[in-house]
Ligand binder design. Structure first.
Ligand SMILES: Nc1ncnc2c1ncn2[C@@H]1O[C@H](COP(=O)(O)OP(=O)(O)OP(=O)(O)O)[C@@H](O)[C@H]1O
Length: 297
């Protein structure tokens, strides 16, 4: 289990994390969301030991990572798989060599055993054998992400950290990668932490969502609760994102017959157009809906 207790991180006099406490759900996808600069990356870096917190604890099964000796920290690092932003594949190595790299680094297994394991994980991310000898520049962005995911799980990690796994991908490919991350998390019984801007991901794989605002955990819940939440800051963030905004507008309109009062201007116009409805100046639905808002379940 990963638990953060009153985690603080400052750079000189700038407080970036202001006392964050979170218990990550075991065997689930834990998503960290929030505006740019809210501290998501710094939080993730503190969790994997790339940054030292100013104070507070990062506990792995109760052991405080920061206070462990080198050998103990290494033992935890070996249980961590990382999917870096952009994939971070080695350009001069083939797909197969990229995925084998962690096995070369951390095991003394024979080549045949390593090759078998590489095939296993590449099969799992649905990459066919004809891609094995290709270089990253010869495959698509989506395939590169699959390779990076295969490399992240090749050592069978207990914890998987994904930093913006959908950056640079189109929405359809993003969905495929999200699904893979979600399925693999369950199959391998991993605890997965995903840092994301992608609101489609929130709905697709958000077993546990942590919303960060200005260095603090402002809200947490799952992908059903986020739609119903009345946290103003979270809603401001959601309404700035088209996908969740539409889901939330739809639900609010169904339940109250109006859109939230604080949603005005361009966003109000976009919702009117999306759902083919008229909204009066007080936010009430002015004329009967023209059929685009699905009936209440
Ligand atoms: N090494 C550093 N030195 C000084 N300030 C830093 C450092 N790393 C991050 N920061 C600051 O910490 C704040 C939070 O940054 P962070 O990268 O965690 O944001 P984020 O939520 O991940 O944003 P994004 O979604 O844009 O990646 C920012 O104001 C950033 O400038």
């Amino acid at each position: 289990m990963i638990e953060l207790k009153d985690l603080k991180k400052s750079f000189e006099d700038k407080a970036v994390l202001k006392g964050v406490s979170i218990v990550m759900n075991d065997g689930k996808c834990n998503l960290i969301i929030g505006s740019s600069g809210s501290g998501k990356t710094v939080l993730m870096k503190c969790m994997v030991g790339l940054l030292k917190p100013t104070s507070g604890n990062v506990l792995y099964d109760g052991a405080d990572f920061v206070n462990l000796n080198d050998k103990e920290q290494k033992a935890i690092r070996e249980k961590i798989g990382m999917l870096f932003q952009g994939g971070a594949l080695f350009d001069s190595q083939t797909v197969e060599q990229n995925v084998m790299f962690p096995l070369d680094m951390f095991t003394t297994d024979k080549y045949s055993k390593k090759r078998e394991r590489v095939k296993q994980v590449l099969d799992r991310v649905q990459l066919k054998e004809d891609a094995y000898k290709k270089f990253p520049s010869e495959i698509s962005g989506g395939m590169q992400k699959r390779v990076a995911l295969a490399r992240a799980i090749v050592l069978n990690p207990k914890y998987l950290f994904c930093d913006e796994p959908n950056s640079g991908l189109d929405p359809q490919t993003s969905m495929v990668i999200d699904k893979l991350i979600h399925e693999i998390t369950r199959e391998y019984d991993m605890t997965t932490i995903v840092n994301t801007h992608d609101m489609n991901s929130v709905m697709e794989i958000g077993d546990h969502i942590i919303y960060m605002h200005q260095g603090e955990k402002e809200w947490e819940g799952n992908n059903k609760e986020i739609i119903l939440s009345d946290n103003e800051k979270l809603n401001g963030f959601i309404f700035a994102s088209e996908f969740l905004r539409d889901a939330k507008a739809m639900r609010t309109i169904q339940e109250t017959g109006k859109i939230p009062e604080n949603v005005q201007g361009g966003i109000k116009d976009a919702i009117e157009e999306k759902f083919n409805i008229d909204i009066d100046k007080d936010g009430h639905i002015g004329s009967p809906t023209k059929g685009n808002v699905p009936p209440k379940e």
